[in-house]
Design a protein around this ligand. Structure first.
Ligand SMILES: Nc1ncnc2c1ncn2[C@@H]1O[C@H](COP(=O)(O)OP(=O)(O)OP(=O)(O)O)[C@@H](O)[C@H]1O
Length: 481
């Protein structure tokens, strides 16, 4: 069996030799080129498992080669070597299609890791875009066959081939975390951890310790050494969810970690290298946050190398049938088949879904409790009004009828109370509004009890942080200033 062949493009003889020796010791075949023209000639003759190019070459810039390889040799990953501190070049190369970059002076351990990743892509067949897209189609956890979803899967397949930081945008509940998981699942990092961190849920005082870890004795209560998110996700993917919620001070530290690819535990004197692919997500407009001075421009630039937009559910109403089937299959008791009646499906397809797929899940979960023999009718969905897809999102949000059934039970009048009230008084004029009111009260009580610690409040209510955040958004419950 022949060894994978790597092409090194560099005009500095010393560096070229160092790279050659390192790669040959890894059991690889190496060709070298000293300029763009030489590299093009070699690329025309042979297939390479990886191209590694310097940015500055005697007859042009390495980024030209990145563009050419990305366009003409789709199965060949290309990485660049950038001068120390030239973050802009690294970002430009990633945007142009480079799969990764190394900064000078080249750390050999990083070089080996990068080469391994590139080879892993080829071995697993992740390198071929079309195969990858197919794989993403069959093994994706993102349900949906609409045109926008197919495009999304294709983009995910491409993104999975690179180390470039991805910024996922999209409304709440539209599947940002699921998309991040898909990128990881189709990347060479699949055997390593995927870690999703909710930046909005970490108390500010603990943030540095949570992200970078700490040494024993670094502060009161630090009884052992502990890894942070970066170490825990080493070799894999770290998703920074709700990244706009990061306090400015933490943004500076995060930027440094990204640029240096190194982190320092609290209480430690040494930095340790970390190899983490970053994916960030937010439902806020990060560019606006930058304008308002709430988010650092330099960090935005580093995180936003490639943008992936998740379409809201109302832009892909064709997917509702498939989504509902998948959700009902998950929710229904074993051996029970739950289905939507044709008119219930019509009603959902005419609805605006301000809360996107999460809202669909909540609607179906509730409907299933009311449905007869697993057949969900329009009334079971408890959609307050059948909105047209073009409806204003805020209006639609008010129109959602979701509530916790146990909360509803709290307000059923006792027999004594019932005897004192007329039927008309006992019945709310709008059940959805009434249930929303109850839900609001309960959530506010839990938040007060936990001094607005949303993670703890969610725990008290037996729901996830995300579910609580969704419900707070829906009911416009905000933390007091
Ligand atoms: N295309 C999809 N197919 C199947 N399930 C989906 C899809 N999109 C979203 N979901 C489901 O909807 C719920 C919300 O998805 P997810 O948490 O990924 O959204 P999000 O955009 O990250 O939300 P948030 O902005 O609130 O963090 C999850 O339960 C997820 O499994």
């Amino acid at each position: 069996m022949t060894s994978p062949r790597i092409l090194i493009v560099d005009d500095e003889a010393d560096l070229r030799e160092l790279l050659e020796i390192t790669l040959v010791r890894m059991g690889l075949d190496v060709d070298s080129a000293h300029c763009l023209e030489d590299a093009r000639a070699r690329l025309a003759k042979a297939d390479y498992a990886l191209v590694l190019t310097d940015m500055r070459l005697p007859d042009g810039m390495g980024i030209e080669l990145v563009r050419e390889v990305a366009a003409n040799c789709r199965n060949t990953p290309i990485a660049v070597i950038t001068a120390y501190g030239s973050a802009d070049n690294a970002v430009a190369a990633l945007k142009a299609g480079a799969f990764d970059y190394l900064s000078k002076p080249v750390a050999l351990e990083q070089l080996r890791q990068m080469v391994q990743s590139a080879l892993h892509m080829n071995v697993t067949g992740i390198s071929a875009d079309h195969r990858n897209a197919q794989a993403a189609g069959t093994s994706s956890c993102l349900v949906g066959q609409s045109g926008v979803m197919q495009d999304l899967r294709l983009q995910i397949a491409r993104l999975a081939r690179s180390m470039a930081p991805v910024a996922i945008t999209g409304e709440s509940g539209s599947g940002k975390e699921l998309a991040a998981r898909d990128i990881h699942a189709h990347s060479a990092r699949v055997d390593k951890p995927f870690l999703a961190v909710n930046c909005g849920a970490i108390p500010e005082a603990l943030m540095e310790a949570e992200f970078f870890g700490y040494r024993k004795g670094a502060f009161t209560g630090a009884t052992d050494d502990r890894d942070g998110f970066f170490q825990a996700a080493n070799g894999g993917t770290l998703m920074l969810d709700e990244v706009a919620d990061l306090p400015l001070q933490m943004q500076v530290k995060l930027l440094r970690a990204i640029q240096e690819r190194r982190v320092r535990k609290i209480g430690s004197t040494v930095e340790e290298p970390v190899d983490v692919r970053l994916i960030s997500a937010t439902h806020q407009n990060l560019a606006e946050c930058v304008e308002q001075g709430r988010f650092r421009q330099d960090l935005y630039y580093r995180l936003n190398v490639i943008e992936l937009r998740l379409p809201p559910l109302r832009e892909r109403l064709d997917d509702i049938g498939l989504l509902a089937d998948a959700i009902l299959e998950r929710l229904a008791a074993p051996g029970v088949r739950a289905v939507l009646s044709p008119s219930a499906l019509d009603a959902l397809q005419a609805y605006a879904f301000p809360g996107n797929v999460r809202e669909l899940e909540n609607i179906l979960e509730r409907a299933l409790a009311f449905a007869n023999d697993g057949l969900i009718e329009v009334a079971d969905l408890a959609l307050k009004a059948v909105n047209s897809p073009a409806i204003d999102v805020r209006q639609a949000s008010d129109a959602v009828a979701l509530a916790m059934p146990d909360a509803a039970a709290l307000h059923v009048p006792t027999p004594a109370a019932r005897s004192e009230t007329t039927d008309a008084e006992a019945l709310p004029s709008s059940l959805p509004d009434h249930l929303d009111g109850i839900e609001r009260q309960i959530i506010e009580r839990a938040l007060l009890k936990t001094r607005f610690n949303r993670t703890q409040a969610a725990g008290l209510l037996g729901i996830s942080f995300r579910q609580l955040r969704y419900r707070m958004q829906r009911l416009s419950i905000h933390e007091p200033e």
